[in-house]
Ligand binder design. Structure first.
Ligand code: NAP
Ligand code: MG
Length: 524
């Protein structure tokens, strides 16, 4: 694999080694499923009175792990451990912190097959997407280390003020806030836990991690990498349990100095309001949903557009915040594109995501599965036509898991609410417009502004970049119309209802979000 760098844009032609390593890891896990895992607080395994079984969405008979149903008491324990460790960790030289984190990232890479196989079984991501999530996590952590080094710990000599008879030195130092809370979603459980965690830790904060309940096991395996890197006790704490109780107790605690939340708009907005009810304002980084448009002009390369749209609409079953959920097409190429999308979709393999040939696996849980059926019914009632899909899969192995057909919808009026609502499922609506101005108006007329794609002539692409309201934008990209960002190449973050900080993860401006500035003036 010497010359191969795994990213979401390069994953389509992996070396054979990736397949054989992954196959072996799946077998190993399947022979060893169902073990109990603790929470991890102050370097210790902590068990709750209540537990829950973590089922695979591929086959709900498979219990992957037994996990702890933590409560408010565990939230307080984890926060207290993080508070106690903060003076030590924040005064550990940043060079040493970076060393620990590089070690953790290298352990993630060493364990990539085991972690990737567990990811496929727990999230239902296909194998390359699973391996990608793991590699992205290591790369996000490396990127925070690199930024810390490149900026020499964010210690900057300022100008000398013109004092008469005195000499002064002014230094700006970025310093950690304290205890940082990371709440992550199910769909990129590693990258969206490990990325913010790596940044918070490099900056000198201590951590409490609360994963999505659907992906508690795989995040615990990531926490093991931090532990095994030798990061001192209490610096990284991990609790599992319901967002509505355990998560809420964390958000309501005055012991939290900063938060990174990645998840839905509704939960994120509530968290923003609850977190604001304190004696002073604390930082909260919100990475929320999307309703990402693709605009296809009459001068588009339709072959590229077809493959890029297909990948972004149905990769991870449409459960990406960056999924292409709206396709807005110039009428001159509409029939041609729609025909191509129909053909290409019919060739997608739906099945067990651990298997090599599978492109789409199951959706995450029973409630998403039910929502898929409800949305299809609503689309039907609302005048939409199913170009592809429209049903759940049934028969054989499909009856054991949450498998849905990749669904393209045409004819749904632009006024229908599902043109604006994030469904987070393999359902993408396609609409026809008379010109690009109309396309842009529709593209921007949503609460979100995460990612966006465009296919058209080189002259049109500048116009697209200048007018689209989104934090991550792509033109003429066959690797994914709206998906597939990679740290260091496409820093990831949203505008409007898609994000709060205006600075993208895995980019230049991210790490400083985890620190506050102190200016130090010393008069000699
Ligand atoms: P979610 O339902 O909002 O849950 C996200 C996390 O919040 C989970 O860990 C959840 O725990 C927790 N939570 C729920 N209620 C809480 C509360 N009251 N207090 C504290 N924590 C609480 O999101 P999801 O279904 O996991 O993920 C899908 C969403 O994430 C989509 O909207 C997607 O667009 C968005 N997303 C955004 C980005 C981005 O970078 N912008 C990336 C990925 C995903 P439980 O699981 O225990 O409920
Ligand atoms: Mg959820």
């Amino acid at each position: 694999m010497a010359d191969f760098k795994l990213t979401y844009a390069t994953m389509f032609n992996p070396p054979e080694e990736l397949h054989s390593g992954f196959d072996k890891a799946v077998e190993k896990i399947k022979n060893n499923m169902g073990q109990e895992y603790g929470m991890f607080i102050d370097g210790k395994e902590i068990f709750a009175d209540d537990k829950f079984d973590d089922h695979s969405p591929v086959n709900t008979d498979w219990v992957l792990a037994k996990m702890q149903k933590g409560n408010a008491k565990h939230a307080q324990l984890a926060l207290a451990a993080a508070r106690k460790a903060f003076p030590m960790w924040s005064h550990t030289p940043w060079q040493k912190r970076v060393e620990y984190l590089r070690k953790a990232a290298s352990l993630i890479e060493e364990r990539i097959f085991d972690l990737g196989a567990a990811m496929a079984l727990e999230v239902g991501k296909n194998r390359m997407e699973s391996l990608g999530d793991v590699q992205e996590t290591a790369d996000l952590i490396y990127y925070s280390c690199y930024q810390m080094e490149k900026n020499e710990g964010y210690i900057v000599e300022m100008g000398k003020d013109p004092l008469v008879g005195y000499e002064a030195r002014n230094v700006s130092v970025l310093r950690p806030y304290g205890v940082w809370l990371v709440v992550s979603p199910f769909n990129f459980p590693h990258a969206l836990t490990g990325g913010p965690s790596g940044a918070a830790l490099a900056a000198g904060n201590t951590l409490v991690i609360k994963p999505a309940t659907d992906t508690a096991w795989i995040v615990r395996l990531l926490v093991d990498c931090f532990r095994d890197a030798g990061i001192p006790d209490g610096v990284v704490n991990f609790v599992t349990g319901p967002g509505s109780t355990l998560g809420q107790a964390l958000v309501d605690s005055p012991e939290v100095d900063g938060v990174t939340f990645t998840g839905s708009f509704d939960v994120g907005m509530k968290m923003f309001q609850d977190f604001g009810k304190r004696n002073y304002v604390r930082p909260i980084i919100l990475e929320l949903g999307g309703k990402n448009p693709v605009i296809v002009s009459k001068d588009a390369d339709l072959e590229r557009a077809t493959i890029g749209i297909l990948r972004s609409a149905f990769g991870l079953q449409g459960q990406k915040c960056s999924a292409a959920s709206r396709v807005i097409v110039h009428e001159a190429v509409y029939d041609d594109l729609v025909g191509r999308l129909k053909d290409a979709t019919s060739k997608l393999v739906i099945g067990d995501p651990t298997e090599r040939g599978t492109y789409t696996g199951p959706v995450i849980n029973a409630s998403s599965y039910k929502e898929f059926k409800d949305f299809c019914e609503e689309i039907n009632q609302g005048g939409g036509t199913f170009l592809t899909g429209g049903n759940v899969k049934s028969g054989g192995m499909y009856d054991k898991g949450y498998f849905c057909e990749p669904t393209f919808v045409t004819d749904l009026p632009f006024t229908h609410r599902l043109w604006k609502h994030e469904m987070f499922l393999p359902i993408t609506t396609i609409g026809k417009v008379k010109d690009l101005d109309e396309a842009m108006r529709i593209a921007n007329d949503v609460n979100y502004g995460l990612t966006a794609g465009f296919y058209g002539s080189p002259e049109e692409t500048d116009w697209f970049f200048d007018h689209i309201e989104a934090g991550v934008t792509y033109a003429n990209r066959p690797q994914g119309a709206t998906t597939g960002a990679w740290p260091g190449f496409q820093p990831f973050g949203g505008w409007k209802g898609s994000g709060s900080s205006g600075k993208n993860a895995g980019g230049h401006y991210y790490l400083p979000l985890y620190m506050h500035e102190q200016i130090r003036t010393l008069v000699k």
